[in-house]
Design a protein around this ligand. Structure first.
Ligand code: TRP
Length: 475
C-alpha cells in the first residue's frame, strides 16, 4: 500500500512554490527586453490582459484537474476521462514536455551557475568577452556544474513536497523578492536610469502589431508554467479547503509583478551603460542578454562603485537568476517524479534516480551540441537553418508544444470532464466563487475563445519555427 498523498503545508507555501515555478529566467530577462522592444507600456498592458483573461482560467483548470484526480498528469487524464484511449495522449504530452524542458533549461542554468562562480572568484572582467562564453560552454567545467546542479535539485525533490519543494520556495522566494528590490533601488539612482524607464513604460501603441500580440500571448502562457503539467501536479498537492481561483490569482499576480519589477532593473542598467542605445538592437535571446551583454553592463559600474562593488551587483543578479531557475527546475522535474510514483508505484527516491539518470545523459548531449560534438551541433535542418540538439529541444518543447497542451487542457476540461465538474472543483474551498462574475467568465471562456486563441498561437508558432512564415502571411 502506498503512503497517503503528500500535500503542501499551507496556502502561502503553495503560492510561493507555484510562483517559484513560474518565475524564471524569462521573467527576469526576456520579458523586460521584449516589452521595451514592443511598445513599452502598451506591451505591458496587452501582456497583463493575456495573463488575467486568457492564462489565469487555464491555470485554474490545470489546478482543478490535479486536485480532483489527486494524480500526476498521466493519471489525471486517465482517471477523469474514464480511461479513454484518446485522452491518454495529452497526459503523455504533459509528461514528456516538462521532462524535455528540464533538460534544456538545466543546461542554461548550469551556465548561470558557472558565471556566478567566476564572479565570486573575482573574474567579472573575464566574463565580458564573447570569446569567454564560447570557451566556457565548451569546457569540461560545464559537466562538473551540471552534476552539482542536479545534486541540488534532486536533493530538494528527495525531501518531498512539504519539506523539500515548499520549504525551498519559502526560503528562496522572499530572498529573491528582497534582492530584486534592492537591485532596483540601487540601479534607479544611477545616471540615465530614467531613460531606461521611459522606454520601458511609456506606451507606444503604434508598435502593437499582430506579431507583438502573439509574442505577448506566448510569453504570458509560458511564464505561468502552463502546458507543462506542473500546475496539474501541484494541484494534486493542494488541500481541498484552499481556494483554487484565489491561489491561482495570487500566483499569476506574483509572476507578473516580478517580471514587471525586473524591467525596472534591466532597462535602467542598460541605459546607464549606454544612454544612446537603440533598444531595437537588444538581443531577443535571454542567453545573449545574460551571458554576452549584462556582464559588460555590470562591469561598467566599476567607475562609480569600484570593481568589488560591480562584482557584488553582478553576483546578486546572477544569484537571482539562479534562484529563479532552480525553483522552476524543481517544479518541472517533480512532474515526472509524480508520474513514476503514481503510475509505477515507485518510491520517491527511486523515481528521482531513474529520472536523473536519463536527464543526465540528455543534458550532456545538449551541452555538447555547441561544438563539442559535430553531429549534435548540426543535428537537423529546420526552417532552412541547421539546428543543434539543444535548439531542437528548445524549439519543440519550449516554443511550440506548450500552447497545444494548453488547448488540450481547455477542450478536455470543458467537453470531456465537463463544465459542471470543473465548476464544482473550483467552488470547493471557495464559496465566493459560486455565482461570481469570474465563474461565468471562466466557464464561458475556457470552452470558446481561450482554446481558439491557444490553437492559433500553436499554428502560428509551427509556421514561424518550421516554415519561416506566419498565419498573417497566409491570409
Ligand atoms: N517562467 C519561466 C521563465 O521565465 C518559464 C517557466 C515556467 C519554466 N515554468 C518553468 C522554465 C519550469 C523551466 C521550468 O523562464
Amino acid at each position: 500500500m502506498s503512503a497517503p498523498r503528500e500535500h503542501f503545508g499551507s496556502r502561502i507555501g503553495f503560492i510561493l512554490a507555484a510562483a517559484g515555478s513560474a518565475v524564471g529566467i524569462g521573467n527576469l530577462v526576456s520579458f523586460p527586453v521584449a516589452a521595451t522592444k514592443s511598445g513599452g507600456g502598451a506591451f505591458l498592458l496587452v501582456y497583463a490582459l493575456f495573463v488575467f483573461l486568457i492564462c489565469l482560467p487555464v491555470m485554474m483548470a490545470e489546478l482543478a484537474l490535479g486536485r480532483k484526480s489527486d494524480k500526476d498528469p498521466v493519471g489525471a487524464y486517465r482517471q477523469l476521462s474514464g480511461g479513454s484511449r484518446l485522452w491518454r495522449i495529452p497526459g503523455w504530452m504533459a509528461l514528456i514536455t516538462p521532462f524535455m524542458i528540464a533538460v534544456f533549461y538545466m543546461v542554461v542554468t548550469v551556465w548561470v551557475l558557472g558565471y556566478l562562480v567566476e564572479i565570486f572568484k573575482g573574474n567579472l572582467t573575464g566574463l565580458t568577452t564573447e570569446a569567454y562564453f564560447g570557451a566556457f560552454i565548451n569546457s569540461n567545467a560545464v559537466f562538473v556544474y551540471l552534476i552539482a546542479l542536479m545534486i541540488i535539485i534532486n536533493g530538494v525533490l528527495a525531501m518531498g513536497v512539504k519539506d523539500g519543494i515548499e520549504r525551498a520556495a519559502k526560503t528562496l522566494m522572499p530572498i529573491l523578492f528582497v534582492m530584486l528590490l534592492i537591485l532596483v533601488l540601487f540601479v534607479l539612482t544611477r545616471e540615465n536610469a530614467v531613460l531606461g524607464l521611459k522606454y520601458y513604460l511609456i506606451p507606444d501603441f503604434a508598435k502593437i502589431s499582430p506579431e507583438v500580440v502573439s509574442k505577448a500571448m506566448a510569453q504570458a502562457f509560458f511564464s505561468l508554467s502552463l502546458g507543462m503539467g506542473i500546475m496539474i501536479t501541484y494541484g494534486s498537492y493542494m488541500k481541498k479547503r484552499d481556494s483554487i481561483p484565489g491561489s491561482a490569482k495570487a500566483v499569476a499576480l506574483t509572476d507578473t509583478l516580478v517580471a514587471f519589477t525586473a524591467g525596472l532593473l534591466i532597462l535602467p542598467s542598460i541605459f546607464h551603460f549606454n544612454p544612446q542605445i537603440d533598444p531595437a538592437t537588444l538581443s531577443d535571446s535571454s542567453a545573449g542578454m545574460i551571458f554576452l551583454f549584462l556582464p559588460k553592463i555590470f562591469l561598467s559600474l566599476q567607475d562609480s562603485i569600484g570593481y568589488i562593488g560591480a562584482s557584488i551587483v553582478a553576483a546578486t543578479f546572477f544569484f537571482l537568476v539562479l534562484v529563479a531557475a532552480l525553483t522552476s527546475l524543481v517544479s518541472i522535474i517533480e512532474v515526472p517524479v509524480a508520474t513514476l510514483r503514481d503510475e509505477r508505484g515507485m518510491s520517491r527516491k527511486k523515481a528521482i534516480y531513474a529520472i536523473a539518470a536519463v536527464q543526465l545523459v540528455l543534458a550532456i548531449a545538449c551541452a555538447m551540441s555547441f561544438g563539442m560534438s559535430g553531429p549534435l551541433t548540426e543535428l537537423i535542418s529546420i526552417g532552412g537553418a541547421n539546428k543543434s540538439f539543444f535548439d531542437l529541444v528548445e524549439i519543440l518543447f519550449y516554443d511550440t508544444i506548450l500552447p497545444l497542451n494548453g488547448f488540450l487542457v481547455c477542450i478536455f476540461v470543458i467537453y470531456k470532464w465537463k463544465k459542471a465538474n470543473l465548476d464544482r472543483e473550483l467552488q470547493e474551498g471557495d464559496s465566493s466563487f459560486a455565482g461570481s462574475l469570474s465563474q461565468k467568465y471562466v466557464n464561458f471562456a475556457l470552452g470558446t475563445f481561450i482554446p481558439a486563441i491557444l490553437l492559433l498561437v500553436f499554428i502560428n508558432t509551427v509556421l514561424l519555427k518550421f516554415f519561416n512564415t506566419s498565419l498573417l502571411n497566409l491570409i
